[in-house]
Design a protein around this ligand. Structure first.
Ligand SMILES: Cc1cc2nc3c(=O)[nH]c(=O)nc-3n(C[C@H](O)[C@H](O)[C@H](O)COP(=O)(O)O)c2cc1C
Length: 173
């Protein structure tokens, strides 16, 4: 669902011991949100359940990050990434997210997804913010059709010289 919320410069900072947890069905619709999710997003539980997870999407997040997220989890792997989210009142909150597919017992078919988020280290966020800005700028100048390729190339060009893959790079920041 697309919303008409205008982002503000108000930041909401996670506490050291907070976990923001959510579960979705295979199509990314929310089936569970914990209390901290509800608190940070600013929506009611009743409203959240059944919504697409992009309900908290912040417009300054590069599309290519979510492309990588979905590619990774749909292929059965776990994804780690920094995400800037937007609350109902337009304020933002940064998280470091782990997203994993979940299976029903005895089945190889993905039944849904699960995400746990923690407070990111502010020093690491500085690096990520600058990378995401460059990715977003590349996406915007490439235009809709080529945005994902352009944003992904920015990220790849940063990671390649380190000799790491995306996961190792993110976890080594
Ligand atoms: C388990 C799970 C957790 C997710 N968590 C977030 C999140 O915290 N913030 C977010 O913007 N997108 C999250 N996503 C990705 C969204 O489904 C969506 O791809 C993203 O918000 C981009 O939306 P858009 O395609 O409308 O641009 C999550 C997806 C899954 C499956």
């Amino acid at each position: 669902m697309k919303n008409n919320i205008s982002p503000t410069n108000k930041e909401r900072v996670m506490r050291e011991d907070d976990f923001i947890v959510s579960k979705t069905d295979a199509k990314g619709r929310l089936t569970y949100c914990n209390r901290i999710f509800i608190e940070f997003s600013g929506y009611t539980e009743q409203y959240l359940l059944g919504q697409q997870h992009n309900i908290v999407r912040h417009p300054s997040m590069p599309r290519s990050v979510f492309n990588l997220l979905w590619q990774t989890i749909k292929s059965g792997d776990e994804f780690f990434g920094y995400v800037k989210n937007m609350a109902k009142d337009g304020s933002y909150y940064w998280v470091i997210a782990n997203v994993t597919p979940s299976y029903s017992a005895g089945s190889a078919e993905i039944q849904g997804f699960f995400s746990v988020r923690r407070k990111p280290d502010p020093a690491k966020l500085k690096i990520i913010e600058s990378i995401y800005q460059d990715m977003l700028a590349a996406e915007q100048s490439a235009g809709t059709r080529d945005a994902i390729a352009a944003g992904t190339k920015v990220l790849t060009d940063i990671i390649k010289p380190t000799g790491k893959d995306y996961r190792e790079f993110i976890l080594s920041l």
